[in-house]
Design a protein around this ligand. Structure first.
Ligand code: ZN
Length: 317
């Protein structure tokens, strides 16, 4: 695994180096995307990250953020800046007085005056760096476009995770993202045999993956047992061939446990249901690698509005 990581790093550096030698940014970007599986960019992101544009001042998402965490490259996810190094420069863009060591490369701007800053891993345009302005002790201001960044909040070690599948993951996520004590939800794929599965591959039903959800929760607010009950109360766990109108192996009901304690709690509620007379189709199986699904599937109903066609809340316990 470590070897693989080093190999990817080497590959990233080679591609990054190629990026600076080429005059054709678009071809370059396409080639990089094919080789490195960069995150897909929107037109607005591409205008800044690839074509070195500048977002309008005072409009960026991270202009005033102060939350603890790390700012990573929008295109390749490389960590670039720590929230501790962010300061208010009142200039209209996020400002940092230091970068994560080795993550940001300084190059002469095409304007012949300023110093451009790019992601050292993928060559993404970030903004410019200015020295000697005396904003902070480090006397350095990385003036960065919000759109070139993605913020990853610092993980609190006291949070825990639970994994389920219960049919179309849009509907599964709908109920969990609303539950009190749930810090974050992600939809993805678990249980299959293929690395990096895509949605198109999974819906064909032959990768072995289930449309799944990762729920990060604060155990001082909501317990594993509460979440298992919510899981059972938001889908038809007796259905054998899928969930609602969604038929196929990728829609089957599973609780993916991470340790014996989670397994015991899952079994406790499943046995309760059996005692109530339900024929439970849900499988309780060990968790395997969770592959995060494509961005457009995340928080689907929050983005789109409406409510699930395939999941309804029914009080049981
Ligand atoms: Zn990058």
């Amino acid at each position: 695994m470590k070897k693989m990581f080093i190999y990817l790093l080497l590959l990233a550096n080679i591609v990054g180096a190629c990026a600076q030698n080429s005059n054709n940014n678009n071809n370059n970007n396409n080639r990089e995307n094919t080789m490195m599986k960069f995150n897909k960019l929107t037109k607005a992101e591409e205008a800044v990250i690839v074509n070195k544009g500048t977002e309008r001042p005072y409009t960026g998402e991270y202009l005033n953020t102060t939350e603890a965490g790390t700012y990573v490259c929008k295109r390749c996810d490389a960590p670039l800046y720590k929230s501790d190094d962010k300061f208010d420069a009142s200039c209209g863009w996020p400002a940092f007085d230091d970068e994560i060591e080795g993550s940001v490369k300084r190059v002469a701007d095409a304007d012949g005056m300023r110093t451009e800053i790019i992601c050292n891993n993928c060559g993404a345009h970030l903004g410019h760096v200015f020295l000697g302005e005396r904003f902070t002790d480090k006397n350095t201001r990385h003036c960065v476009n919000s759109i070139s960044l993605k913020f990853i909040p610092m993980k609190d070690d006291s949070f825990e995770k639970i994994y389920f599948s219960s049919g179309c993951f849009w509907g599964t996520e709908y109920y969990f993202m609303k539950a009190p004590g749930v810090v974050e939800t992600k939809v993805g794929y678990m249980g299959g045999h293929k690395e990096n599965p895509t949605y198109e591959e999974v819906i064909k039903g032959n990768t072995g993956h289930f449309e799944s959800i990762e729920v990060t929760y604060d155990p001082s607010v909501i317990t594993y047992g509460d979440l298992v009950r919510l899981f059972y109360e938001t889908h038809d766990f007796t259905q054998l061939n899928g969930q609602g109108p969604d038929i196929g192996p990728q829609y089957l009901s599973n609780i993916f446990y991470m340790d014996d304690e989670q397994k015991a709690i899952a079994e406790k509620y499943t046995n309760l249901l059996l005692k109530m007379g339900y024929e439970v189709a849900t499988m309780i199986v060990p968790a395997t690698k969770f592959w995060e699904a494509e961005d457009y599937h995340q928080q689907y109903y929050e983005k789109k509005g409406g409510s699930p066609y395939c999941h309804v809340y029914t009080k049981i316990f």
